[in-house]
Design a protein around this ligand. Structure first.
Ligand SMILES: [Zn+2]
Length: 236
């Protein structure tokens, strides 16, 4: 008799749990979570790109300074050459070598600078793309959030109603039995299982005859040895 009441209570309790689970799995909610994660990722990407660009900018400036310095040096060498032409072939050779070395270094700097400017352009483009994508997602997110907030408000009201109904039904159940039900529910839900053909319908284990006898006698609450659910003989 007590178990009949508990079984009846479990139906409304499970219905409320099921509704809450469906709320959590709501398509809009899942989509919002995905969009939020995407926006977070984009923020992280953006930060990384900004860092990269800052480091690159420093290096670019240093290289440009160094290239300017070398150009000045080259100018100086050229001037010396014009004003004091080398007296002999050996001096001429030495000066020419100095100039060649400078030109070589300058060329290396220039090609590195060109590569860095290209990289900077790429990163700049990536930042723009991220900004556009993030802005689009943010707009979608905000729109969906309005819709979801409405849905959530309505569902929450419905859930509260269901929980209130559950609470009402729980008053029909013996407190000790209800406490047992709640403690089983912590690790196993639904916490009750029907006895069908000598089997626990929660975990499908065949129950030993002693257990079956205990259930039949109905003197005490019998739990399944395997899954711990309260066994309920509906007499079907
Ligand atoms: Zn079981």
């Amino acid at each position: 008799m007590q178990l009949d009441t508990l079984w009846k209570f479990m139906q409304v309790d499970m219905e409320a749990d099921g509704f809450e689970n469906r709320m959590r799995q709501s398509a809009n909610r899942q989509k919002l979570i995905k969009q939020r994660d995407f926006l977070k990722d984009q923020q992280a990407n953006m930060k990384k790109l900004e860092n990269d660009v800052a480091v690159m900018q420093d290096r670019l400036e240093a290289l440009e300074d160094e290239a300017a310095r070398l150009e000045k040096e080259l100018e100086g060498l050229t001037k010396t050459f014009e004003e004091n032409p080398p007296a002999n072939a050996e001096d001429a050779q030495k000066q020419a070598e100095g100039v060649a070395k400078l030109l070589d270094t300058l060329q290396r700097y220039e090609s590195e600078l060109a590569k860095m400017r290209k990289d900077a352009d790429t990163k700049d483009r990536q930042q723009k793309e991220i900004r556009v994508r993030a802005a689009k997602t943010k707009m979608e997110f905000d729109q969906l959030k309005v819709e979801y907030d409405k849905e959530f408000k309505a569902d929450t009201a419905k859930l509260q109603e269901m929980r209130a109904h559950t609470e009402q039904e729980s008053k029909q159940v013996e407190p000790q039995l209800l406490a047992k039900y709640r403690s089983i529910k912590q690790h196993c839900t639904p916490p009750m299982a029907k006895l069908i053909n000598g089997q626990c319908s929660g975990c499908f284990m065949s129950l030993p005859s002693a257990t079956l006898l205990d259930i039949k006698n109905g003197d005490r609450i019998v739990e399944c040895d395997n899954c711990g659910r309260i066994l309920y003989d509906a007499g079907e």
